[in-house]
Design a binder for this molecule. Structure first.
Ligand code: GDD
Ligand code: MN
Length: 360
């Protein structure tokens, strides 16, 4: 029998949660023809192997192992697009979401809702599984921002637990950002019409095995997702990130310059030190943030750093050259400087994307 419901489970380093997850789905989904797809990003703990071991004895279990890529949202997209079922659900692989709510969510969509969303913030739901007061605060702030953006009243737009028709997912797939952690928000923002969403309360459980992957960089990516949607995709998200890192680099440059000058270093040397420190810091930041999905590691990172320094030096050279020429022509130093800087950042971005991080 083919599956009616595909349950997509993004997982990274969740080996010990795989078997309990399948058992929990088995118990929760009696009477529904279901399958589960674990989408693993080559976890070092052998998560994919654990899923495949189960799959060898259970045709309802599948595994997609992605290599050289990371990301919760993009994992969910690939899992959902691998489905041929009528309905697709997404649930975390760490048992924090309550799988016993799935039949209710399925019923809601069968009854005509565009989407059913597991919510911690409607009557009967609860987010006590958040690990710290800091996480609670962050979560609340994120929800408020997301509500403003989506102009929806849904109480838990940050949820990673939802169900919809597979066809609808496919329709929206081409418009998704696919960045970061917030795939539900991405879907809602991708939809041209207002979605009719039914919220189903659930209790967010504490984690028992493994650890959360949420960190500062994930939060920065969330800000990026919002910015991307605000700008209507007219400017690529990567460019925004790259440019913001660049602005940060200028600050680093100035701070180092001041410190070195304070220590009695002459201006030219101090500025040179500041520039190099800023470029190294920018490489690090871009490698961690802008190109998180194709982050360079080990020897490749060193090679990347050297290339990046070369690319940016050429960018600086072009910047100064253009600014100088424009200044000689019209004598407006601010305009000339801005034009030079703009050419420099576009050059740095375009060349480092293809040469250093090799984005296809
Ligand atoms: N494939 C893949 N790749 N999976 C990932 C990645 C990744 O890069 N990062 C995280 N995951 C998986 C985790 O293994 C887990 O199954 C799930 O995505 C959620 O990650 P957690 O690290 O456990 O996130 P959380 O507990 O802080 O937050 C979750 O709950 C929130 C509240 O509902 C997330 O699901 C949020 O999206 C959700 O809003
Ligand atoms: Mn979790």
């Amino acid at each position: 029998m083919t599956a009616t419901l595909t349950v997509v489970v993004p997982c990274y380093k969740e080996r010990d949660n795989v078997a309990p997850m399948v058992a929990a789905l088995d118990a929760a989904l009696t009477g529904i023809a279901w399958e589960v797809v674990f989408v693993d990003d080559d976890s070092p703990d052998g998560t994919a192997a654990a899923a495949r071991a189960l799959a060898q004895h259970d045709a309802r279990v599948r595994c997609i192992k992605r290599v050289g890529r990371r990301g919760l949202s993009s994992a969910v997209i690939e899992g959902a697009l691998s489905s041929s079922a009528d309905y697709v659900a997404v649930i975390d692989g760490d048992l924090q979401h309550d799988e016993t709510r799935l039949p209710l969510m399925l019923a809601a969509v069968r009854d005509g809702a565009d989407m059913a969303v597991g919510s911690r913030h409607v009557a009967g739901g609860d987010s006590s599984g958040l690990s710290s007061p800091m996480r609670v605060k962050l979560s609340e702030t994120g929800i408020r921002v997301a509500q403003m953006m989506t102009r929806t009243s849904i109480s838990d737009p940050m949820s990673g637990f939802f169900l919809l028709r597979r066809e609808m997912f496919e329709e929206l797939a081409g418009r998704l950002t696919g960045q970061g952690f917030k795939i539900l928000l991405d879907l809602i923002l991708a939809s041209p019409q207002r979605l009719n969403i039914t919220e189903i309360p659930y209790k967010f459980r504490p984690r028992t095995a493994g650890e959360s992957k949420l960190d500062v960089l994930v939060l920065a990516q969330f800000a990026g997702l919002l910015l991307d949607k605000l700008l209507g995709r007219s400017v690529p998200l990567r460019f925004i990130s790259f440019a913001l890192v660049g602005v940060f680099g200028v600050l680093i440059n100035l701070v180092v310059l001041q410190v070195a000058r304070g220590a009695g270093v002459d201006f030219t040397t101090a500025q040179a030190i500041g520039t190099v420190v800023a470029m190294v810091a920018n490489f690090q930041l871009n490698n961690q943030l802008t190109y998180r999905a194709q982050r360079l590691k080990g020897a490749k990172a060193w090679r990347g750093l050297v290339l990046f320094l070369l690319v940016c030096s050429l960018g600086a050279y072009a910047n100064i050259g253009i600014a100088r020429a424009l200044y000689a022509e019209n004598g407006h130093s601010l305009l000339a400087g801005a034009a030079g800087a703009a050419v420099g950042v576009v050059w740095n971005y375009a060349v480092s994307a293809t040469l250093v991080w090799r984005v296809r």
